[in-house]
Design a protein around this ligand. Structure first.
Ligand SMILES: [Zn+2]
Length: 248
C-alpha cells in the first residue's frame, strides 16, 4: 500500500537525485554512497580559511569539517539550504554527528561543560527558506540520540538591526571579514554569565566554512561576553582560493 502510494506521489511530484539528476529519488543510491564516503573522516580545515580569528600565538580558531564542499556533499547542502528541501536533513545529520563527536573529543577539555552555539542566519534568509538549516540539523542530532543531553544547544547569537535583512557576505577574501564585522550581537546575558561561571567551552556550529569571517564575528561576540570559544564544527569546508596558492 505504502509502495503504491509512494509511486503515485512520485508521479504527481516527480523528484530527481539532487546530485546527478536521476529521476525518482531525492538522492539516488550511488550518490548516497558517494556522499557517505566523503564524510567518513572529519578533517581539520582552519588552514583553508584566512579570515578566522587568531589566538595570541597567531594560530587560527580550530575548525573540524565533516567533508569538503564538493561533489555529492556540496549538491546536497545546496539543495538543503537554497532549494528549500528540508527533507534532506537526515542525509546530513550523520555527517555532522561524526564531526561533532570528534570535535568534542579533540577540541574541548575533558571535564568542563561543552555548549554548542549555532551560527545564526539572517531573518531575510530564514523567512525565504521557512527554516533554519543548522538548527534543523542540531535538532536531528538530538532526536537521533547522538547529542548527549549534557551538551546543550544555546542560540546565543543573532544579527543586529538592519543586518537581519541585508544580503549575506560574498567573496572569499579579507574584505569579507570587514563586511561581517559588528553585524552580530550576543543575547541572553544571564545565560551567558552562568555558562562563563561554569567554565563552559563553546563549539560554534555552521553548515559551510568559506572565509571564516562569520565564525570570527561569532567568536568576537561571545568572547566579548566572557565565553571561551574553543573551536567550530561545520558540515563542509570550501578549499582555499586558487589565488592564494598562486601567490605562495
Ligand atoms: Zn544521484
Amino acid at each position: 500500500m505504502r509502495a503504491a502510494l509512494g509511486g503515485t506521489a512520485a508521479l504527481l511530484l516527480p523528484v530527481a537525485c539532487v546530485c546527478c539528476g536521476r529521476p525518482d529519488f531525492t538522492i539516488c543510491a550511488a550518490c548516497g554512497t558517494g556522499l557517505r564516503a566523503g564524510v567518513l573522516h572529519p578533517r581539520r580545515v582552519e588552514q583553508w580559511a584566512e579570515a578566522l580569528p587568531l589566538n595570541p600565538r597567531q594560530q587560527p580558531l580550530p575548525v573540524l569539517a565533516a567533508g569538503s564542499y564538493d561533489h555529492e556533499l556540496a549538491a546536497v547542502i545546496l539543495a538543503f539550504k537554497n532549494r528549500q528541501m528540508p527533507g534532506l536533513a537526515p542525509v546530513l545529520v550523520p555527517a555532522l554527528a561524526r564531526a561533532l563527536r570528534e570535535g568534542i573529543a579533540t577540541l574541548t577539555t575533558f571535564g568542563l561543560p561543552v555548549v554548542l552555539v549555532p551560527v545564526p542566519i539572517r531573518l531575510a534568509a530564514r523567512s525565504r527558506r521557512g527554516y533554519f538549516p543548522v538548527g534543523m540539523l542540531l535538532k536531528g542530532l538530538r532526536h537521533s540520540g547522538v547529542l548527549p543531553s549534557a551538551v546543550p544547544v544555546e542560540n546565543l547569537l543573532r544579527y543586529r538591526g538592519w543586518y537581519q535583512f541585508a544580503g549575506a557576505q560574498k567573496g572569499k577574501n579579507r574584505q569579507a571579514r570587514v563586511s561581517v564585522r559588528n553585524t552580530m550581537q550576543a543575547h541572553g546575558s544571564q545565560k551567558m554569565a552562568q555558562l562563563a561561571t561554569r567554565g563552559a567551552q563553546v563549539l560554534l556550529i555552521d553548515d559551510v566554512l568559506t572565509t571564516g569571517a562569520t565564525l570570527a564575528e561569532a567568536q568576537r561576540c561571545l568572547a566579548d561576553s566572557g565565553l571561551v570559544v574553543c573551536g567550530a564544527v561545520v558540515v563542509a569546508a570550501t578549499p582555499a582560493p586558487d589565488e592564494n596558492r598562486a601567490v605562495r
